[in-house]
Design a protein around this ligand. Structure first.
Ligand code: SF4
Length: 238
């Protein structure tokens, strides 16, 4: 694990998390919007939602069609709009207001338990709130990170991202959750893509146990800083 983390940092740099992180409810909504769409489109959807409804109560009480219209650019608006409104109403019932502030005092496990108790919120989303809003040292696993962990042999017999998340929890070097997650996302976009991995220039070629891996034909060079790709969850405004 440490070899993989070090190789990714050599190739892609060491990502540093911002000091000022968005509130957990903003992150939760942004993460719901990010499901099954590009980061750029979900960022547009998030910004449009906040522009049209500058308060969570306004989102919760809006006509569903108005919320759908605001987030349409992010795709799956028919599913995401009611999910967001339902989450907001659950929080109002639970805390008497639209907030996830009480999470700040909870342990990682309590936060996961608390968030996954909301309809439509899974472990990946809860882990994103932990990392990108609460600044905890966790390693969220989506389908892309799950694919990479399997190809690199970091986990065995983990059929789902949820199982991979559990298996990886004890493997992540202390303090490296953010860096490793971010570099895994970058690596999955630039090199180890789902359908056409660029094995010929892979800096982790020797670590890879994937049966479908290709041949290495060029020496991998360090990616330049301009290769940095936009990540929604690093750019959520409260
Ligand atoms: S060798 Fe190919 S399949 Fe293996 S990690 Fe590298 S890019 Fe992915």
């Amino acid at each position: 694990m440490a070899r993989v983390a070090a190789a990714l940092e050599r190739h892609l740099g060491t990502p540093r998390q911002k000091k000022l992180l968005p509130p957990p409810l903003a992150m939760l909504v942004a993460t719901i919007l990010s499901q099954n769409t590009s980061d750029k489109n979900s960022h547009r959807a998030y910004r449009e939602l906040r522009r049209r409804f500058p308060g969570w109560r306004l989102v919760a009480e809006a006509h569903p069609s108005a919320v759908r219209a605001a987030i349409r650019i992010g795709g799956m608006a028919n599913q995401k709009a009611p999910r967001i409104q339902k989450v907001l109403k659950s929080l109002r019932d639970r805390y008497g207001r639209y907030t996830l502030g009480p999470l700040r005092k909870m342990s990682d496990q309590e936060v996961i338990h608390n968030l996954t108790g909301l309809d439509g919120v899974g472990i990946k989303t809860a882990a994103c709130v932990l990392l990108f809003s609460l600044g905890r040292d966790v390693f969220p696993v989506d389908t892309h990170v799950h694919r990479l962990c399997n190809r690199l042999g970091l986990v065995r017999h983990c059929p789902t991202p949820e199982k991979t998340f559990e298996a990886m929890r004890d493997l992540i070097p202390v303090g490296r959750g953010y860096s490793l997650h971010t570099n895994m996302i970058r690596f999955g976009r630039k090199v180890c893509r789902s359908a056409s991995p660029a094995c010929e220039r892979c800096p982790l070629f020797d670590e890879c146990v994937y049966s479908g891996k290709g041949r290495r034909t060029v020496i991998p060079r360090r990616s330049s800083a301009v290769d940095h790709e936009f990540m929604l969850l690093d750019n959520v405004e409260g």
